[in-house]
Ligand binder design. Structure first.
Ligand SMILES: NC(=O)c1ccc[n+]([C@@H]2O[C@H](COP(=O)([O-])OP(=O)(O)OC[C@H]3O[C@@H](n4cnc5c(N)ncnc54)[C@H](O)[C@@H]3O)[C@@H](O)[C@H]2O)c1
Length: 337
């Protein structure tokens, strides 16, 4: 069986999941991992017995490959992605595709020029609750959406302790982009207007100069309006690293999702945890769950030529909305798209 040769760029908190999934995918030969950090490179070499490199250029000069995953920090996707695209490689890019519309367009143009395929890891589309909701919304010819609510919040440890680049991102680029992508997918049309307000107080006081919380009203072409809330300051004592709820009212249905409650509680000496057991789980020496699914799906699409579930165009459209949210925050005005 011919395997696809794949590499991962950025093997930090999330990129290591790409390494895990590729290592276990029978159609993939994981040829290399690239990360600036010597500690990460050492750990990856020991655990996965795979060659590592400190720069993309060095990796590309020394290895043959068909595709790469880019899992560098939000604001640092564009450079390694375009370098690989210019080498003719297909690319899976972590969300957000990039943090500006201009950077997303550069990735799109480079992909067109080099005739390569670019997917975006909007993994929430693989969440069973989201799939159920999507199917419900598309079940009836006569049903139409009236209003929606979605929040996605992280505990304060994420921007202050998990990574060092909190200043360069915010709850919109890190979390809101997931929500915008889900809303576009649910609605099957584009956003026409956003209005946003936000607060910057707690995180700046802790040395992370970014928004604590942003609230937006988002209008879609079909007339449905959504309230979106994203925050990076949930208390550390919260039962899970993040919290997310959705409520959609349509002409025929009322659908509510509480992602905080995935049916499992685990109590230890510190607190009660409510793990998202559908996201990543180890079973029979394999990583399973909706975190792993889009990475395997990227490989499936490269092999059978099927469309990506979320591609570079979805990444660009989501970035247009997140950029409009930022503009609305700056100007305190409604922004039309
Ligand atoms: N942490 C999460 O829960 C999570 C969840 C979903 C998606 N993501 C996305 O995954 C991406 C990575 O996030 P993370 O939390 O893993 O960050 P991280 O800081 O833990 O890891 C990023 C890694 O990229 C490396 N890096 C940066 N630029 C590089 C380059 N040019 N070449 C090689 N290595 C480079 C860094 O050394 C670092 O190890 C982000 O876009 C984020 O939005 C993260």
């Amino acid at each position: 069986m011919k395997k696809l040769k794949v590499a991962v760029i950025g093997a930090g908190i999330y990129g290591i999941h790409h390494v895990d999934v590729y290592k276990q995918n029978p159609f993939v030969d994981l040829v290399a991992v690239c990360d600036f950090s010597p500690d990460i490179r050492k750990k990856v070499e020991e655990k996965y017995e795979v060659k590592t490199y400190s720069t993309v250029e060095e990796m590309l000069a020394n290895e043959e490959m068909n595709a790469v995953s880019v899992a560098t920090p939000d604001h640092l996707h564009v450079e390694p992605a375009i370098t690989c695209i210019n080498q003719g490689l297909d690319v899976l890019i972590e969300k957000p595709l990039a943090t500006t519309v201009k950077d997303c367009e550069s990735i799109l143009e480079a992909a067109k020029k080099n005739k390569v395929r670019v997917a975006v890891d909007f993994h929430k589309r693989w969440d069973p609750a989201a799939i159920y909701t999507f199917n419900q919304l598309n079940e009836s010819e006569t049903d139409y959406p009236i209003r929606g609510y979605m929040n996605m919040d992280d505990m304060i440890d994420v921007p202050t302790k998990w990574f060092k680049w909190g200043n360069a991102s915010d709850p919109i680029d890190f979390l809101g982009v997931h929500c915008v992508d889900l809303m576009r997918w649910y609605m099957g049309c584009e956003v026409t207007e956003v209005y946003s307000v936000g607060s910057k107080k707690l995180l700046p006081s802790l040395g992370v100069d970014t928004y604590d919380s942003v609230q937006s009203i988002i209008t879609f072409e079909n007339g449905c309006t959504w309230v979106l809330e994203n925050s990076w300051v949930l208390p550390s004592g919260f039962a899970k690293a993040n919290d997310s709820r959705t409520a959609i009212l349509t002409s025929e249905k009322y659908i509510r999702i509480n992602n905080q409650d995935r049916g499992v509680e685990m109590v230890d000496s510190e607190k009660t945890h409510t793990p998202n057991v559908f996201f990543f789980n180890d079973f029979n020496n394999r990583v399973v769950g909706f975190g792993a699914d889009p990475i395997n799906s990227f490989i499936d699409s490269l092999i059978d030529g099927s469309d990506f579930v979320a591609d570079v165009y979805d990444g660009l459209q989501a970035a247009k909305v997140t950029e409009a949210i930022h503009k609305s925050l700056e100007t305190a005005e409604r922004v039309k798209l």
